[in-house]
Design a binder for this molecule. Structure first.
Ligand SMILES: C[S@@+](CC[C@H](N)C(=O)[O-])C[C@H]1O[C@@H](n2cnc3c(N)ncnc32)[C@H](O)[C@@H]1O
Length: 189
């Protein structure tokens, strides 16, 4: 599985993603991301790999601005519809890759990503980009799957990585030169 295959997968499943996603995660993941980024009404938050805008829409009421980025224009098209239907007026969407985010250094107060790191060709490059576009003192928070052995998920869910251990993630954060690392289980499967 390489990143062009990952993109083709998400282009293909874009209109089904909201249903697929609901079997993996629920709104608790948005609450955790808001908590760990100290989301407040003055912040601009970047949602990397926003997909159909699930996290962006959930964070929007509690922050000043959300920007969702994804390299699948099909996913972004569904996100645009979802955000309009939900009446979310403070979210914008942009095309972009995890390892080349289309923002200047320090442009946002926090960066989040749900279920994206295990699709990133280079997890450290993704985290380094999230750190680069976040202002000094801001927060980078990811939620992702824990390490597993389900090889079939490479095919059925376009996983490049079969999840990560706490040590893996700590190493990625350190290599991306992030500090004050924290790790917690959300208790989801
Ligand atoms: C598993 S979905 C998660 C979507 C969303 N975060 C959610 O919680 O529903 C992964 C998303 O990351 C995007 N993605 C995967 N690899 C990417 C890359 N290299 N650059 C940008 N987006 C990527 C996919 O297009 C997809 O929308």
């Amino acid at each position: 599985m390489d990143s062009s295959q990952v993109k083709a997968f998400f282009d293909e499943v874009s209109v089904e993603w909201d249903e697929m996603r609901s079997s993996f995660y629920n709104e608790a993941v948005i609450d955790a991301l808001a908590l760990h980024t100290e989301a407040d009404p003055f912040m601009t938050v970047l949602d990397v790999g926003t997909g159909t805008g699930f996290v962006a829409a959930g964070l929007a009421p509690g922050v000043a601005q959300v920007v969702g980025v994804d390299n699948s224009l099909e996913m972004l098209a569904v996100a645009e519809t979802n955000l309009a239907e939900l009446g979310v007026g403070n979210a914008t969407l942009a095309g972009g890759a995890t390892d080349a985010l289309p923002f200047a250094d320090g442009n946002v107060d926090a960066a989040v990503a749900n279920m994206v790191l295990h699709h990133a060709p280079e997890p450290v490059a993704m985290l380094a980009e999230m750190a680069r576009v976040t202002r000094p003192g801001g927060w980078v928070a990811i939620t992702d799957e824990i390490e597993h052995t389900y090889e079939w998920m490479r095919i059925e869910q376009a996983d490049i990585w079969l999840g990560f251990s706490e040590a893996d993630v700590a190493g990625f954060f350190a290599d991306a030169r992030l500090v004050e690392f924290g790790y917690a289980s959300l208790g989801m499967q």
